[in-house]
Write a protein that binds this ligand. Structure first.
Ligand SMILES: C[S@@+](CC[C@H](N)C(=O)[O-])C[C@H]1O[C@@H](n2cnc3c(N)ncnc32)[C@H](O)[C@@H]1O
Length: 253
């Protein structure tokens, strides 16, 4: 998966959706001053920055496997404990954090159950473990218009609906398999404004994430055909796009 990309490319591609999601997410899970929190799969620090605002840099740790993202998060948030690691092998002691959060990460984990189990291990007993993943199955994910256009042209284009946690209830199933307690599910929807089609489309050419991987397999003619199909199907600018994420919240054992 292409997350070894410059942090500004990530910001233009996904940060435009994950920034407003992070605002809603910290409210939902009730991040408060005095808590020790861990951001798993922090990327360039979108959610991490909100955690530092509320808890102070000393109260925040974060991990991500991507070298440029770890560097960007460290530069953005001096004093926070940002490490290069995966969810499946968290470099922290048992029973350490009041909250362990993973915003838009479970679907990229090599072993989502192991990742959630590790989050439960490093959370203190009774601490909150929570994850969010875009809804990729109902046409309400941020990348749904792209995948819909791609699949109109090539029904074998992969989409993201098969990824872990991206269908309703699946995050809760995974949390149960990871041995977490008191599991509850909800969703969050954000609305993102666009002033032109180009503003919406250009980040798809930056090579980020699943769509970047897919675009890299295509020739120029096919890429332009997807762009044209998106022009026909995305609303006339200016427009707003809603994006919905599933959220699971659970207690560590
Ligand atoms: C869509 S980004 C989300 C970044 C950030 N949480 C946000 O909301 O903007 C997915 C992130 O998951 C990271 N990632 C991929 N596999 C991972 C794993 N096994 N454990 C932890 N993070 C992982 C990627 O490097 C990337 O930064």
């Amino acid at each position: 998966m292409s997350f070894e990309v410059p942090s500004d490319a990530y910001g233009r591609f996904m940060g435009r959706y994950s920034e407003p999601l992070a605002d809603r997410y910290v409210e939902l899970v009730g991040v408060r001053q005095g808590q020790h929190v861990l951001d798993v799969g922090c990327g360039p620090g979108v959610l991490t920055a909100r955690l530092v605002d509320r808890c102070g840099a000393d109260g925040v740790a974060a991990v991500d496997p991507s070298t440029p993202f770890v560097e960007a998060a460290r530069a953005r948030l001096p004093g926070a404990d940002v490490r290069q690691a995966t969810a499946e092998e968290l470099p922290f002691a048992d029973d350490t954090y009041d909250l362990c959060l993973a915003q838009l990460v479970v679907h990229f984990m090599a072993d989502p159950v192991a990742g959630l189990r590790e989050m439960g291990r490093v959370a203190r007993p009774g601490g909150l473990v929570s994850a969010s993943v875009w809804d990729h199955t109902n046409g309400t994910g941020p990348l749904s218009p792209f995948w819909s256009a791609a699949q109109d042209l090539d029904p074998s284009a992969p989409g993201e609906g098969h990824l872990a946690g991206s269908r309703e209830g699946h995050l809760a199933e995974l949390a149960g398999e990871a041995g977490l307690d008191e599991i509850t599910s909800t969703s969050l929807t954000v609305r993102v404004p666009f002033t032109s089609f180009e503003e919406w489309w250009a980040p798809y050419l930056l090579g980020v994430g699943t769509t970047g991987d897919y675009m890299a397999t295509l020739d120029e003619e096919h890429r332009r055909a997807i762009e044209q199909r998106c022009r026909e199907t995305v609303p006339q600018a200016p427009f707003e796009q809603d994006a919905t994420a599933w959220v699971v919240m659970a207690r560590a054992y």
